[in-house]
Design a protein around this ligand. Structure first.
Ligand code: SAH
Length: 250
């Protein structure tokens, strides 16, 4: 059995209890060294074999996982945040399936949740936005045309942009071309939940300038939307007049 484990967004105590137990039991750990906090490796056994996938190809990662599993070892593949977002896990899963190896996934706290905590923000506010668009700018990995930033911007919903901290000039242009006002609140969250986390609040128009000023080029999320500032409606659910399955309103 191979376990894909979400390491959480950075802070070493933001891995799940299950994820920590799997690390403690593992004979082999392959971790995504570019973003996983190496402090998490203190949970592994003394004789656990540890590989940093930042230096490896998919083929090499698979070779370690498949050979390990076939010789009866417990394998953990440790991914940053939650494995379901930009994790390149599907290609590993399909190769394992082909090799007749079963696998399971242990979720993790994604960085977009870590960033909300850092910002003390609620992404979904009544009367402001009830949706969160999670996306990225096209980089070396293309994004399908129908998923352009501009097309999502037309909704003016809350947007969380991954993997794009080095392209903020174009991001601002696309956001405003799509429909956000240039003064729409925005934020850059660098290394959310890590000890050296930094939060910069700005507007859609001055995203690039802000990143430049503080030297942010990577490991950041861009959050955009009116949820970051201003008015909203109070929730119906907790209103005294609102009747629910659990409480009778007056
Ligand atoms: N699976 C991960 C995302 C991996 S893609 C998750 O669920 O969070 C890598 C990108 O995620 C980075 O380029 C950056 O945009 C973002 N990211 C990951 N960890 C981050 C953190 N702690 N703070 C801010 N952005 C982060």
């Amino acid at each position: 059995m191979v376990w894909f484990v979400g390491a959480g967004p950075g802070a070493e105590d933001l891995i799940t209890l299950r994820g920590k137990r799997l690390l403690e039991e593992a004979d082999i750990v392959v971790y995504a060294g570019s973003l996983v906090n190496e402090e998490l490796l203190k949970y592994v056994k003394k004789d656990c074999k540890v590989y940093n996938s930042a230096y490896m190809t998919l083929e090499e990662v698979l070779d370690v996982m498949i050979r390990g599993e076939k010789s009866g070892e417990k394998v953990v593949r440790l991914h940053t945040g939650d494995p379901c977002l930009y994790g390149a896990v599907r290609e590993q899963m399909d190769a394992l399936k082909e090799a007749d190896i079963s696998y399971e996934v242990c979720p993790g706290v994604s960085s977009f949740c870590g960033a909300a905590a850092s910002l003390q923000a609620e992404y979904t506010l009544p009367g402001v936005s009830q949706s969160v668009v999670i996306t990225r700018m096209a980089g070396r990995t293309p994004v399908p045309d129908r998923e352009s930033i501009q097309s999502f911007a037309a909704h003016r919903a809350t947007m969380v942009v991954f993997l794009s901290a080095g392209m903020l000039d174009i991001l601002s242009k696309e956001l405003t071309a799509g429909g956000y006002e240039p003064d729409t609140p925005a934020a850059i969250v660098y290394k959310a939940t890590w000890p050296d986390e930094k939060v910069f609040r700005c507007t859609v128009a001055d995203l690039a300038q802000t990143a430049k000023k503080y030297g942010v080029t990577k490991t950041a999320l861009i959050i955009v939307g009116d949820i970051l500032e201003g008015n909203y409606e109070r929730s119906r659910l907790y209103h005294p007049n609102f009747t629910t399955e659990f409480r009778t309103g007056n």
